[in-house]
Design a binder for this molecule. Structure first.
Ligand SMILES: Cc1ncc(COP(=O)(O)O)c(C=O)c1O
Length: 455
């Protein structure tokens, strides 16, 4: 193909230069979107431009607006980096441009998913015959898994929601913890279950749902638990919750966007106790598995319920002999999203996944200890990879967060916890070394002390 080889070689050079810069470049982007828009385009061009010119514009103008979140000292939100094997697999699969909806349209897409499904269930110690949908993130994973749960609880009451929708359906009681993630409510809204029509269960000081405060349940119900509070990292007591609702007609779902990966390590067996008893689970691969965006996993014990909720029929679609990807996801045509998950698990192996999770959690504990030693207040029990720290009153904490972001050694965001402003440190990247943690800790303490002195 004319010029394709040169274009891809140029892409490799530019990408490698960016990746090489990650170790030392300031973590925050050097300019905002407003500054980039004019550089990236005015009116729609009347005639097309050469691909090589478009690539250099993207690189030279756009790169200034790229956050170094693939690098080793980005601790914002819950953000994994990208493992080399997953990045390479992503590039090759993009060149293949497979429509991975079906075995007919992409045998390799179907095969990759079959292997990845098996590996995920093994790594997370979940039932070997569970169904998995490769979706775009935890929001869609919650949506997809809860669609299967909604179908199952209503079918048990004689109502086929796929055929009749929620018209004349028995009411489903949806139970959530007070600290459920904001996007779970969005998923419930999209499912017609309502963002606000939920029973909220009180939580303890770490954001864990209190199993002793669960309501009595009558009729179809779904209990949405959480493995990994986005602020504290705390897990709901999923085992105790499953026991408490066993007598009722209930499905238990686990939003384990990042926390579900802790099941790979026996170190977190107590934290994750009982998670295997649930009916469905959501996890992000683009968080702790360190694959490129966008990648989430909806896992459902009853694979038939997932297939029932997501499958479609049409005369032109293939007969189903084996697992067909389009029977599990909200999307039909889609990219080969399982490929980066497959590559990540192949490159880490079980041992590498365990090491990654355990290392990041040890690094989070090191941040907490260093910040406490420097006289700052750690607001959470550091049970996983999340640390919340206050640098005095809310104003001092907000000013410190801004100053840390400006200083550029590392990047951490802010939040509020139990009525107080806090800085969130989320350690989620394969690229983060112990040296990166020491460098970042020293920078945070230095900046915070300057803010304290000048207040
Ligand atoms: C517990 C939890 N659930 C859901 C989400 C949403 O994930 P995503 O942004 O991948 O859709 C997050 C994101 O941080 C989360 O922490």
């Amino acid at each position: 193909m004319n010029g394709m080889r040169e274009l891809l070689d140029d892409t490799v050079r530019r990408a490698a230069r960016f990746l090489d810069s990650l170790a030392e470049r300031p973590v925050a982007a050097s300019c905002g979107a407003g500054e980039l828009v004019p550089a990236l385009g005015g009116a729609l061009p009347e005639t097309g431009q050469p691909a090589s010119a478009i690539l250099s514009l993207l690189d030279e103008a756009g790169e200034r607006g790229a956050v170094a979140s693939a690098g080793p000292r980005y601790f914002g939100f819950v953000t994994g980096g990208v493992l080399p094997a997953s990045l390479a697999a992503n590039w090759l699969a993009a060149a293949w441009d497979q429509n991975a909806f079906s075995e007919v349209s992409s045998p390799v897409g179907a095969a990759i998913e079959r292997v990845a499904v098996r590996w995920i269930l093994e790594a997370l110690d979940l039932p070997a015959d569970a169904g998995i949908a490769f979706v775009t993130g935890a929001t869609m994973a919650n949506f997809t898994a809860l669609a299967a749960d909604r179908r199952a609880v209503l079918l048990a009451h004689g109502h086929d929601v796929d055929r009749d929708g929620l018209h004349a359906a028995p009411e489903i009681t949806v139970v959530v913890g007070e600290q459920a993630h904001a996007t779970l409510f969005k998923a419930l809204g999209m499912l017609g279950l309502g963002r606000d029509r939920v029973v909220r269960v009180p939580v303890d000081g770490q954001g864990r749902m209190r199993a002793d405060a669960l309501p009595g349940l009558d009729g179809p119900a779904i209990v949405c638990t959480q493995a990994g509070n986005v602020n504290t990292g705390a897990f709901d007591p999923v085992g105790a919750i499953c026991e408490a609702v066993r007598a009722y007609d209930v499905r238990v779902h686990v939003d384990g966007a990042f926390g579900l990966w802790a099941r790979a390590s026996t170190e977190f067996a107590d934290l994750a106790r009982g998670i295997g008893q649930a009916d469905s689970w959501a996890a992000d691969a683009h968080k702790w598995l360190n694959v490129p965006y966008d990648s989430g996993l909806a896992i459902v014990r009853d694979a038939g319920a997932l297939r029932g909720a997501m499958s479609v029929q049409a005369d032109y679609l293939p007969d189903r002999e084996n697992r067909e990807p389009f029977e599990f996801t909200p999307e039909t045509s889609r990219r080969m999203r399982g490929v980066e998950v497959w590559a990540a698990l192949a490159s880490l192996g079980r041992g590498g996944l365990v090491e990654l999770v355990e290392r990041n959690c040890r690094q989070a504990r090191r941040f907490a200890a260093g910040l406490r030693d420097a006289g700052f207040e750690v607001l959470n029990d550091v049970v996983l990879n999340q640390v919340l720290v206050a640098f005095g009153d809310d104003r001092a904490t907000a000013e410190t967060i801004r100053a840390v972001q400006r200083e550029g050694t590392c990047w951490c965001g802010g939040t509020r916890w139990n009525g107080r402003a806090a800085m969130r440190i989320s350690v989620s990247s394969w690229a983060t070394t112990d040296d990166d943690v020491e460098r970042s800790l020293a920078a945070i303490v230095r900046v915070a002390e300057t803010v304290r002195r000048t207040a």
